[in-house]
Design a protein around this ligand. Structure first.
Ligand SMILES: Cc1ncc(COP(=O)(O)O)c(C=O)c1O
Length: 380
Protein backbone atom coordinates (compact mmCIF):
# COMPACT_ATOMS: atom_id res chain seq x y z
CA UNK A 1 0.00 0.00 0.00
CA UNK A 2 1.43 3.39 -0.98
CA UNK A 3 1.76 6.06 1.69
CA UNK A 4 -1.07 8.29 0.42
CA UNK A 5 -3.38 5.25 0.48
CA UNK A 6 -2.22 4.27 3.95
CA UNK A 7 -3.13 7.60 5.54
CA UNK A 8 -6.70 7.15 4.33
CA UNK A 9 -7.12 3.41 4.87
CA UNK A 10 -4.77 2.28 7.67
CA UNK A 11 -6.67 0.62 10.49
CA UNK A 12 -10.06 1.33 8.87
CA UNK A 13 -12.68 -1.43 8.75
CA UNK A 14 -16.37 -0.66 8.38
CA UNK A 15 -18.14 -0.94 11.74
CA UNK A 16 -19.47 -4.55 11.89
CA UNK A 17 -22.78 -3.52 13.47
CA UNK A 18 -23.80 -0.61 11.26
CA UNK A 19 -21.35 -0.50 8.36
CA UNK A 20 -20.32 3.03 9.37
CA UNK A 21 -17.34 3.99 7.24
CA UNK A 22 -15.68 5.92 10.05
CA UNK A 23 -14.65 4.24 13.29
CA UNK A 24 -17.30 4.81 15.95
CA UNK A 25 -16.57 7.30 18.71
CA UNK A 26 -16.55 5.22 21.91
CA UNK A 27 -16.97 8.12 24.32
CA UNK A 28 -17.06 6.00 27.44
CA UNK A 29 -15.09 5.71 30.67
CA UNK A 30 -15.89 2.07 31.38
CA UNK A 31 -17.30 -1.18 29.98
CA UNK A 32 -19.83 -3.63 31.41
CA UNK A 33 -18.37 -7.04 32.07
CA UNK A 34 -20.20 -10.16 30.88
CA UNK A 35 -19.45 -11.83 34.19
CA UNK A 36 -16.76 -11.66 36.85
CA UNK A 37 -13.38 -11.99 35.14
CA UNK A 38 -14.84 -11.83 31.60
CA UNK A 39 -14.75 -8.62 29.55
CA UNK A 40 -14.74 -7.99 25.81
CA UNK A 41 -11.13 -6.80 25.70
CA UNK A 42 -11.87 -3.47 27.37
CA UNK A 43 -12.38 -2.78 31.05
CA UNK A 44 -11.58 0.92 31.62
CA UNK A 45 -10.70 3.69 29.15
CA UNK A 46 -7.49 4.68 30.93
CA UNK A 47 -6.19 1.21 29.96
CA UNK A 48 -7.73 0.95 26.50
CA UNK A 49 -10.43 2.45 24.33
CA UNK A 50 -11.52 1.19 20.88
CA UNK A 51 -11.37 4.64 19.23
CA UNK A 52 -7.92 5.24 20.71
CA UNK A 53 -6.78 1.83 19.50
CA UNK A 54 -7.80 2.63 15.92
CA UNK A 55 -5.81 5.87 16.09
CA UNK A 56 -2.77 4.19 17.65
CA UNK A 57 -2.76 1.50 14.96
CA UNK A 58 -3.18 4.12 12.22
CA UNK A 59 -0.32 6.28 13.52
CA UNK A 60 1.97 3.26 13.96
CA UNK A 61 1.24 2.03 10.43
CA UNK A 62 1.98 5.34 8.72
CA UNK A 63 5.29 5.64 10.59
CA UNK A 64 6.26 2.12 9.48
CA UNK A 65 5.94 0.86 13.06
CA UNK A 66 4.28 -2.07 14.80
CA UNK A 67 3.00 -0.33 17.90
CA UNK A 68 1.59 3.09 18.81
CA UNK A 69 0.85 4.40 22.28
CA UNK A 70 -1.12 7.64 22.57
CA UNK A 71 -0.98 10.33 25.24
CA UNK A 72 -2.88 13.44 26.24
CA UNK A 73 -0.16 15.75 24.86
CA UNK A 74 3.18 15.72 23.10
CA UNK A 75 4.77 16.50 26.45
CA UNK A 76 3.08 13.49 28.08
CA UNK A 77 4.47 11.38 25.21
CA UNK A 78 7.99 12.74 25.83
CA UNK A 79 7.56 12.10 29.55
CA UNK A 80 6.48 8.51 28.95
CA UNK A 81 9.71 7.90 27.00
CA UNK A 82 11.69 9.29 29.96
CA UNK A 83 9.78 6.89 32.24
CA UNK A 84 11.68 4.09 30.48
CA UNK A 85 14.77 5.35 32.36
CA UNK A 86 15.89 4.85 35.95
CA UNK A 87 17.47 7.21 38.49
CA UNK A 88 21.14 7.75 37.64
CA UNK A 89 20.64 7.37 33.86
CA UNK A 90 22.09 9.87 31.43
CA UNK A 91 20.54 11.23 28.21
CA UNK A 92 22.30 12.83 25.26
CA UNK A 93 19.86 15.33 23.77
CA UNK A 94 19.76 17.71 20.79
CA UNK A 95 20.54 21.24 21.99
CA UNK A 96 17.79 23.04 20.12
CA UNK A 97 14.73 21.18 21.40
CA UNK A 98 11.28 22.69 21.94
CA UNK A 99 11.42 24.88 25.07
CA UNK A 100 8.81 22.77 26.88
CA UNK A 101 11.02 19.70 26.46
CA UNK A 102 14.15 21.32 27.93
CA UNK A 103 12.01 22.82 30.73
CA UNK A 104 10.74 19.33 31.53
CA UNK A 105 14.24 17.85 31.55
CA UNK A 106 16.00 20.70 33.39
CA UNK A 107 13.35 21.67 35.90
CA UNK A 108 11.56 18.40 36.67
CA UNK A 109 13.46 15.29 35.62
CA UNK A 110 16.80 16.42 37.07
CA UNK A 111 15.09 16.21 40.47
CA UNK A 112 14.64 12.48 39.83
CA UNK A 113 18.37 11.95 39.31
CA UNK A 114 18.22 11.87 35.51
CA UNK A 115 21.09 13.65 33.76
CA UNK A 116 21.09 15.46 30.44
CA UNK A 117 23.86 16.61 28.12
CA UNK A 118 22.83 18.87 25.24
CA UNK A 119 24.81 18.75 22.00
CA UNK A 120 24.47 20.14 18.53
CA UNK A 121 23.36 16.84 17.03
CA UNK A 122 23.69 18.15 13.47
CA UNK A 123 27.25 16.89 13.91
CA UNK A 124 26.82 13.22 14.96
CA UNK A 125 30.37 13.22 16.40
CA UNK A 126 29.07 15.55 19.15
CA UNK A 127 26.51 12.89 20.09
CA UNK A 128 29.13 10.15 20.31
CA UNK A 129 31.55 12.31 22.36
CA UNK A 130 28.83 13.01 24.93
CA UNK A 131 28.12 9.33 25.62
CA UNK A 132 29.11 8.17 29.12
CA UNK A 133 28.90 4.74 30.75
CA UNK A 134 25.49 5.72 32.17
CA UNK A 135 23.99 6.97 28.89
CA UNK A 136 20.76 5.07 28.28
CA UNK A 137 19.02 7.27 25.71
CA UNK A 138 19.91 9.48 22.74
CA UNK A 139 17.04 11.94 22.20
CA UNK A 140 17.05 13.74 18.88
CA UNK A 141 14.64 16.40 17.64
CA UNK A 142 14.83 16.91 13.88
CA UNK A 143 14.12 19.39 12.36
CA UNK A 144 14.49 21.26 15.65
CA UNK A 145 12.17 23.85 17.09
CA UNK A 146 12.83 26.69 16.28
CA UNK A 147 16.22 26.72 14.51
CA UNK A 148 15.34 23.86 12.13
CA UNK A 149 18.60 22.02 12.69
CA UNK A 150 18.73 18.66 10.92
CA UNK A 151 20.33 15.53 12.34
CA UNK A 152 21.73 12.74 10.19
CA UNK A 153 19.57 9.97 11.64
CA UNK A 154 21.42 7.20 9.86
CA UNK A 155 24.71 8.26 11.48
CA UNK A 156 23.17 8.65 14.94
CA UNK A 157 21.32 5.34 14.54
CA UNK A 158 24.67 3.63 13.95
CA UNK A 159 26.19 5.32 17.01
CA UNK A 160 23.23 4.24 19.16
CA UNK A 161 23.54 0.66 17.91
CA UNK A 162 27.31 0.55 18.40
CA UNK A 163 26.97 1.65 22.02
CA UNK A 164 23.77 -0.31 22.73
CA UNK A 165 21.83 2.85 23.65
CA UNK A 166 18.13 3.44 23.11
CA UNK A 167 17.47 5.98 20.34
CA UNK A 168 14.41 8.25 20.36
CA UNK A 169 13.38 10.88 17.81
CA UNK A 170 10.92 13.74 18.20
CA UNK A 171 9.70 13.87 14.60
CA UNK A 172 6.89 16.35 15.17
CA UNK A 173 8.10 18.86 12.54
CA UNK A 174 8.74 16.30 9.80
CA UNK A 175 5.70 13.98 10.20
CA UNK A 176 5.71 10.47 8.71
CA UNK A 177 4.97 12.02 5.31
CA UNK A 178 8.54 13.29 5.05
CA UNK A 179 10.61 11.27 7.54
CA UNK A 180 10.32 7.83 9.11
CA UNK A 181 13.01 7.59 11.80
CA UNK A 182 12.39 3.86 12.46
CA UNK A 183 13.98 3.24 9.04
CA UNK A 184 17.19 4.79 10.38
CA UNK A 185 17.36 2.66 13.52
CA UNK A 186 15.26 4.69 15.95
CA UNK A 187 13.71 2.66 18.76
CA UNK A 188 11.12 5.33 19.60
CA UNK A 189 9.45 7.96 17.42
CA UNK A 190 7.48 10.64 19.18
CA UNK A 191 5.04 13.17 17.73
CA UNK A 192 3.02 15.97 19.21
CA UNK A 193 -0.25 15.07 17.44
CA UNK A 194 -1.39 18.58 18.38
CA UNK A 195 0.51 19.76 15.30
CA UNK A 196 0.45 18.42 11.74
CA UNK A 197 -1.03 14.99 12.50
CA UNK A 198 -4.36 16.38 13.70
CA UNK A 199 -3.67 19.50 11.70
CA UNK A 200 -6.46 21.95 12.47
CA UNK A 201 -5.61 23.49 15.88
CA UNK A 202 -8.41 21.38 17.31
CA UNK A 203 -6.75 19.37 20.10
CA UNK A 204 -3.69 18.56 22.20
CA UNK A 205 -2.20 15.08 21.91
CA UNK A 206 0.90 12.96 21.51
CA UNK A 207 2.01 9.51 20.41
CA UNK A 208 5.04 7.23 20.62
CA UNK A 209 5.68 4.62 17.92
CA UNK A 210 8.02 1.66 18.26
CA UNK A 211 8.86 -1.65 16.65
CA UNK A 212 10.16 -3.10 19.89
CA UNK A 213 7.67 -5.22 21.78
CA UNK A 214 9.57 -4.78 25.06
CA UNK A 215 9.35 -0.98 24.81
CA UNK A 216 5.71 -1.16 23.73
CA UNK A 217 4.84 -3.20 26.81
CA UNK A 218 6.61 -0.69 29.07
CA UNK A 219 4.98 2.29 27.36
CA UNK A 220 1.52 0.71 27.64
CA UNK A 221 2.19 0.11 31.33
CA UNK A 222 3.18 3.76 31.80
CA UNK A 223 0.13 4.88 29.80
CA UNK A 224 -2.39 2.95 31.87
CA UNK A 225 -0.65 3.57 35.18
CA UNK A 226 -0.09 7.32 34.90
CA UNK A 227 -3.18 7.89 32.81
CA UNK A 228 -2.13 10.84 30.66
CA UNK A 229 -4.41 9.49 27.93
CA UNK A 230 -6.20 11.37 25.16
CA UNK A 231 -9.98 11.45 25.28
CA UNK A 232 -11.82 9.33 22.69
CA UNK A 233 -13.15 12.41 20.85
CA UNK A 234 -9.64 13.81 20.44
CA UNK A 235 -8.54 10.43 19.04
CA UNK A 236 -11.46 10.46 16.63
CA UNK A 237 -10.60 14.00 15.47
CA UNK A 238 -6.98 12.92 14.98
CA UNK A 239 -8.13 10.01 12.78
CA UNK A 240 -9.96 12.52 10.56
CA UNK A 241 -6.88 14.74 10.49
CA UNK A 242 -4.55 11.94 9.45
CA UNK A 243 -6.72 11.07 6.45
CA UNK A 244 -5.68 14.36 4.79
CA UNK A 245 -2.13 14.41 6.20
CA UNK A 246 -0.38 13.56 2.94
CA UNK A 247 -2.30 16.19 0.97
CA UNK A 248 -1.83 18.85 3.63
CA UNK A 249 1.89 18.23 4.14
CA UNK A 250 2.64 18.54 0.44
CA UNK A 251 0.82 21.88 0.35
CA UNK A 252 2.51 23.07 3.58
CA UNK A 253 5.90 22.18 2.11
CA UNK A 254 5.27 23.78 -1.30
CA UNK A 255 3.99 26.96 0.36
CA UNK A 256 6.93 27.06 2.79
CA UNK A 257 9.39 26.69 -0.07
CA UNK A 258 7.79 29.67 -1.85
CA UNK A 259 7.74 31.78 1.32
CA UNK A 260 11.36 30.89 2.21
CA UNK A 261 12.54 31.81 -1.30
CA UNK A 262 10.64 35.11 -1.07
CA UNK A 263 12.13 35.94 2.33
CA UNK A 264 15.66 34.94 1.33
CA UNK A 265 15.94 37.76 -1.22
CA UNK A 266 14.03 40.38 0.78
CA UNK A 267 16.23 43.38 1.65
CA UNK A 268 14.88 43.62 5.21
CA UNK A 269 15.55 39.97 6.01
CA UNK A 270 19.03 39.04 7.22
CA UNK A 271 18.77 35.25 7.67
CA UNK A 272 16.27 32.63 6.60
CA UNK A 273 16.43 29.08 7.90
CA UNK A 274 14.50 26.45 5.98
CA UNK A 275 15.83 22.95 5.24
CA UNK A 276 14.59 23.21 1.65
CA UNK A 277 16.93 26.11 0.83
CA UNK A 278 20.37 25.14 -0.53
CA UNK A 279 21.76 27.71 1.94
CA UNK A 280 20.65 25.53 4.89
CA UNK A 281 23.82 23.90 6.29
CA UNK A 282 22.18 20.45 6.36
CA UNK A 283 20.22 20.77 3.11
CA UNK A 284 21.94 17.76 1.53
CA UNK A 285 21.24 15.46 4.50
CA UNK A 286 17.64 16.68 4.62
CA UNK A 287 17.31 15.96 0.90
CA UNK A 288 18.68 12.46 1.37
CA UNK A 289 16.72 11.39 4.44
CA UNK A 290 13.50 13.38 4.09
CA UNK A 291 11.11 13.30 1.15
CA UNK A 292 10.09 16.92 1.77
CA UNK A 293 11.05 19.83 4.00
CA UNK A 294 7.78 20.43 5.85
CA UNK A 295 6.26 23.83 6.57
CA UNK A 296 8.36 25.59 9.22
CA UNK A 297 10.62 28.61 8.60
CA UNK A 298 12.66 30.79 10.95
CA UNK A 299 14.04 34.19 10.00
CA UNK A 300 15.64 37.33 11.36
CA UNK A 301 15.38 40.90 10.15
CA UNK A 302 18.14 43.38 9.44
CA UNK A 303 16.28 45.75 11.79
CA UNK A 304 16.71 43.26 14.65
CA UNK A 305 14.24 42.83 17.49
CA UNK A 306 12.08 45.95 16.86
CA UNK A 307 11.64 45.05 13.19
CA UNK A 308 10.76 41.46 14.08
CA UNK A 309 8.15 42.64 16.56
CA UNK A 310 6.67 45.02 13.99
CA UNK A 311 6.28 42.19 11.50
CA UNK A 312 4.67 39.88 14.08
CA UNK A 313 2.28 42.64 15.18
CA UNK A 314 1.45 43.69 11.60
CA UNK A 315 0.55 40.40 9.92
CA UNK A 316 -3.16 39.95 9.34
CA UNK A 317 -3.67 36.66 7.53
CA UNK A 318 -0.96 34.96 9.64
CA UNK A 319 -1.99 34.66 13.28
CA UNK A 320 0.33 35.53 16.16
CA UNK A 321 -0.04 32.33 18.14
CA UNK A 322 1.77 29.54 19.96
CA UNK A 323 1.80 26.20 18.17
CA UNK A 324 2.36 25.12 14.61
CA UNK A 325 1.37 22.59 12.02
CA UNK A 326 -2.22 23.65 11.42
CA UNK A 327 -3.91 24.66 8.19
CA UNK A 328 -3.77 28.33 9.20
CA UNK A 329 -0.47 30.23 8.86
CA UNK A 330 0.83 31.12 12.32
CA UNK A 331 3.67 33.37 13.37
CA UNK A 332 5.52 33.02 16.67
CA UNK A 333 8.16 34.87 18.67
CA UNK A 334 10.13 31.97 20.22
CA UNK A 335 11.98 34.16 22.77
CA UNK A 336 8.75 35.30 24.46
CA UNK A 337 6.46 32.43 23.53
CA UNK A 338 7.52 28.82 22.88
CA UNK A 339 10.99 29.16 24.45
CA UNK A 340 10.30 31.79 27.12
CA UNK A 341 11.45 29.43 29.90
CA UNK A 342 14.86 28.85 28.33
CA UNK A 343 17.20 31.24 30.20
CA UNK A 344 18.33 34.15 28.02
CA UNK A 345 22.04 33.23 28.23
CA UNK A 346 21.23 29.70 27.07
CA UNK A 347 19.01 30.99 24.26
CA UNK A 348 21.82 33.25 23.08
CA UNK A 349 24.38 30.44 23.27
CA UNK A 350 22.10 28.31 21.10
CA UNK A 351 21.66 31.08 18.52
CA UNK A 352 18.03 31.55 19.47
CA UNK A 353 18.04 35.33 19.32
CA UNK A 354 15.38 37.71 20.55
CA UNK A 355 14.95 38.79 16.94
CA UNK A 356 14.08 35.32 15.65
CA UNK A 357 10.65 34.96 14.04
CA UNK A 358 9.14 31.53 13.34
CA UNK A 359 6.42 30.88 10.79
CA UNK A 360 4.29 27.79 10.48
CA UNK A 361 3.24 28.15 6.87
CA UNK A 362 -0.37 27.12 6.35
CA UNK A 363 -2.18 25.73 3.33
CA UNK A 364 -3.70 28.99 2.11
CA UNK A 365 -2.78 30.38 -1.31
CA UNK A 366 0.97 31.13 -1.15
CA UNK A 367 0.49 34.50 -2.85
CA UNK A 368 -1.83 35.59 -0.03
CA UNK A 369 0.68 34.48 2.62
CA UNK A 370 3.48 36.35 0.84
CA UNK A 371 1.33 39.46 0.33
CA UNK A 372 0.57 39.49 4.06
CA UNK A 373 4.27 39.23 4.92
CA UNK A 374 5.04 41.93 2.33
CA UNK A 375 2.69 44.47 3.91
CA UNK A 376 4.09 43.63 7.37
CA UNK A 377 7.72 43.89 6.18
CA UNK A 378 6.93 47.26 4.56
CA UNK A 379 6.15 48.58 8.06
CA UNK A 380 9.33 47.17 9.64
C1 LIG B 1 8.95 19.58 18.61
C2 LIG B 1 7.92 19.53 19.69
N1 LIG B 1 7.88 18.48 20.52
C3 LIG B 1 6.97 18.39 21.52
C4 LIG B 1 6.05 19.40 21.72
C5 LIG B 1 5.06 19.29 22.85
O1 LIG B 1 3.79 18.97 22.34
P1 LIG B 1 2.41 19.38 23.06
O2 LIG B 1 2.29 20.84 22.98
O3 LIG B 1 1.40 18.61 22.27
O4 LIG B 1 2.51 18.89 24.46
C6 LIG B 1 6.06 20.51 20.88
C7 LIG B 1 5.10 21.62 21.10
O5 LIG B 1 5.20 22.67 20.51
C8 LIG B 1 7.02 20.59 19.85
O6 LIG B 1 7.09 21.64 19.02
Amino acid sequence: MKFDTKVVQAGMTPDPTTGAILPPLYQTATYVLEEVGKDKGFDYTRSANPTRQVMEEMLATIDGGEYGVAYASGMAAVDSCMKLLKAGDHVVCSDDVYGGVSRHFNEILVNYDLHFTYVDSSDPANVEHAITPTTKLIWIETPTNPLLKITDLEAVGKIAKKHGIMFGVDSTFATPVFLRPLEFGADLVMHSTTKYLSGHNQLIGGVVITNREDLFEQLKFVQKTIGAVPGPFDCWLTILGVKTLDLRMKKHAANAQAVAEYLEVHSKVSTVTFPGLPSHPMHEVAKEQMSGFSGMISFELTGGIPAGKTVMNSVQLAKLAESLGAVETMITHPATMTHVDVPQAEREARGLTDGLVRISVGIENPNDIIADLEQALDKA
